[in-house]
Design a binder for this molecule. Sequence first.
Ligand SMILES: Cc1cc2nc3c(=O)[nH]c(=O)nc-3n(C[C@H](O)[C@H](O)[C@H](O)COP(=O)(O)OP(=O)(O)OC[C@H]3O[C@@H](n4cnc5c(N)ncnc54)[C@H](O)[C@@H]3O)c2cc1C
Length: 384
Amino acid sequence: MPAGLVSHTSVGGLTPGGGMGWLTRKFGLSIDNLVSVEVVTADGQVRRAAADEHPDLFWAIRGGGSFGVVTCFEFGLHEVEPVVQFGLFRWNLGQGPQVMRLARDTTSALPPDLNAVIAAVNAPSAPFVPPQHHLEPVYGLLLTGFVPAPEHAELVTRIRESLPPLFDLVTPMPCVELQKLLDEPNAWGMHGYDKGAYLEDLSDPVLDIITGHVRRKTSPMSVLLLYRLDRAYSGIGDEQTAFSGRRAPRYAAFIVGLTADADPLPAERRWARDLCEALRPYAIDDGNGYINGTSDYSTDGCAEATAAPSTSGSPGSRPSTTQATCSTSTRHPASFTANRRHHERPGSARSRGRPPPQAAGHRPGQVARVVPQPPGLPGGRWSS
Ligand SMILES: Cc1cc2nc3c(=O)[nH]c(=O)nc-3n(C[C@H](O)[C@H](O)[C@H](O)COP(=O)(O)OP(=O)(O)OC[C@H]3O[C@@H](n4cnc5c(N)ncnc54)[C@H](O)[C@@H]3O)c2cc1C
């Protein structure tokens, strides 16, 4: 089932907001693969919600945030090859406009078995990075192929020839390693502030804004990510779930200000807000983007809070989930926000009679029941 790019975001926090990652173009959002949930609602009742049981609740939990404490998720499963083709390409900051144009051309006509994430990051001090580029701000493209190697290689060659990168890493990789690839730079205990927007296209004015603002981030940990959303993502109707975005093809921008200590965070928060504000005239839907990728909404008058103290390293050091929604350290507005910005509930005149949403291609009879664990424990307990 599709999940996020980082393996230590919990199923309970990720799923009610939507859940997008490597497999979203192929199999949709996490919520598009949800078969049922067991949920404790505010009145203390344990309820099962599914297409045929408490359908309103089931609709709301798929994208609208936490409408109760989910104690079990049941997902439909897909089959993927155990080994995927991975490609990571990096270019220097001065090549921003060319990189973004290449990324735009590459991502707008991508087969569903390939996934691309466009990134503005700092290069890690990793063995595959030439030492002179360690920690340098760069643009990147992450190209994941759930396809036979030759199909991936063809695109890799095209990218290398179109705009030779500073360095790249192209390799087959176990699928479970791909799920953990970005865990380390996103370790628990950091101070973060997120803004987001949906962009219909990477038009030239949008590229100008992005390349102008990326230069201004000061923390090497802060990033801009653009996820391409189309294909299976767009195969679900706008009203079929409470997801915080329409299903027309788009890019989801994640603007993440991230620092190791609390003191530099305000500068990164400003950077994230400024970039988001500059993109606003080009943003689609209501301009606020993905509910799981937004620390606060621009118009809500949030007080600027400081991050919780952290003692980096262990899961327990992650900022408390009970902080106020506007806290700079909580990257999870989902539980506070009943997001009904774009959607009608099932049973309304427009949506009544529609079949329940379903991502295509579940393996018949194959489901996984996932029991979320309390904070501090790894992952969730799976059974299938
Ligand atoms: C490093 C990082 C990478 C990310 N990458 C992606 C990505 O690739 N794709 C994507 O879609 N999103 C991504 N996100 C956003 C992520 O989906 C949200 O921040 C999510 O809410 C995190 O969940 P969590 O459980 O890890 O956090 P937590 O702070 O523990 O939980 C988030 C919220 O969910 C609530 N919650 C937790 N468990 C349950 C439950 N069982 N029932 C009801 N409510 C519950 C909590 O009360 C809390 O308010 C990322 C976030 C981070 C921090």
